[in-house]
Design a protein around this ligand. Structure first.
Ligand SMILES: NC(=O)c1ccc[n+]([C@@H]2O[C@H](COP(=O)([O-])OP(=O)(O)OC[C@H]3O[C@@H](n4cnc5c(N)ncnc54)[C@H](OP(=O)(O)O)[C@@H]3O)[C@@H](O)[C@H]2O)c1
Length: 328
């Protein structure tokens, strides 16, 4: 039976990956730093350790075939925290012989990213987080192709903004005023934006992991996920709620005023450009590899999202399946 170690099980992609690999019959070892934030499927083996604790993780990961690096350090401290985590996960991949999988993002394309992001679209280190992600992926590519020592094989699956858990743009901003009948637009409402529904993305990780033998030592695959304009996303919420919503603009000017006092707001403001430039991921190579991709219908995605946005009046009365049930 194939086995996977997921690093960052209490995170968004980490949790979705644990559920998806377990549902697909993999033996799952789940790394976390504290107790699971929600129940995990039976049979998942927990390893409580910091990602930098190589001896503990190498012991726990002995014999695993795949490691999913779903770690994400403090968003405001990537410059100092990402490099040691990258080095530790690569050392772990070398120690175990496992293929390392990483969820990539669109930051690598820089703040003048083109509308269609293809396999050969150049990376541009035009802002610090772009440079940090480019360096992270370069380290993976270099480690896979290293001569002399055994290389660490790796696969990057690049996706848009996550949907389907807390701490996303949807629950932090866009859906925050639904109870007042408002939908918050992060920028011009007619610009396509790349999203990734976490359960679908996690299933893509599983499907790619199952075909890893046919890939190059370092592979990078874009996953289109769901591309939607702000207006389309609002319309999907209106349809789910059965009533119109008033469009309201995200208060970027206020957030900008607060940036001198908050590293987090400063970091978020730096990413504003993603709401001012249309973009979608082209995933032709991924489709060629997998055939069809998991694609939960938008109406179902929105129902799940609504269930996660608590305290809202007028939610559909029918019970909404939970992510855990979907995966089992
Ligand atoms: N969020 C998005 O929209 C998005 C889109 C595309 C790609 N990605 C990429 O996907 C990856 C995962 O993102 P995410 O949003 O799922 O992350 P997340 O929800 O913020 O979770 C990150 C996890 O990493 C853990 N972690 C951080 N430092 C650690 C350390 N030193 N030792 C052990 N655990 C540590 C955290 O543990 P604790 O829970 O203990 O703090 C947390 O559970 C990142 O590379 C991110 O850039 C994210």
């Amino acid at each position: 039976m194939a086995s996977v170690m997921v690093l960052g099980t209490n995170g968004r992609l980490g949790r979705a990956a644990v559920l998806a690999f377990a549902a697909a019959g993999w033996t799952v070892t789940a790394q976390l730093r504290r107790a699971p934030r929600a129940a995990l499927p039976p049979g998942v083996r927990l390893v409580e350790a910091d990602a930098l604790d190589l001896p503990a993780l190498a012991r726990a990961g002995r014999g695993v075939d795949v490691i999913v690096n779903a770690l994400s350090p403090d968003y405001t401290r990537w410059a100092t925290l990402l490099p040691p985590i990258t080095a530790a996960t690569l050392a772990l991949a070398r120690a175990t012989g496992a293929t390392l999988m990483l969820p990539g993002n669109v930051y690598n394309y820089g703040n003048r990213l083109p509308a269609v992001l293809q396999a050969d679209t150049p990376f541009v280190a035009s802002h610090p987080k772009a440079a940090q992600r480019i360096a992270l992926e370069a380290a993976l590519a270099e480690a896979a192709l290293a001569h002399g020592a055994p290389g660490a094989r790796s696969i990057v699956i690049r996706a848009g903004d996550f949907l389907g858990d807390s701490g996303t743009w949807l629950d932090l901003a866009m859906g925050k005023r639904l109870a007042q009948g408002k939908f918050v637009q992060m920028g011009p409402a007619d610009l396509p934006h790349a999203w990734a529904w976490l359960p679908d993305l996690a299933r893509v990780f599983v499907a790619v992991a199952e075909r890893r033998g046919g890939l190059a030592p370092h592979a990078s695959l874009n996953c289109a996920g769901i591309t939607l304009t702000g207006a389309e996303l609002q319309a999907a919420f209106e349809a789910a709620l059965g009533r119109p919503l008033k469009r309201s603009a995200f208060p970027w000017p206020l957030l900008r005023l607060a940036t001198p006092f908050s590293p987090m707001l400063r970091s978020l403001f730096e990413m504003r450009y993603l709401w001012q430039r249309p973009h979608r991921l082209d995933d032709a190579p991924l489709r060629a590899l997998l055939g069809t991709l998991p694609a939960t219908p938008l109406a179902e995605v929105v129902q799940h999202c609504l269930a996660g946005l608590t305290g809202l009046p007028g939610l559909p009365a029918t019970p909404i399946r939970t992510e855990t049930r979907r995966a089992s």
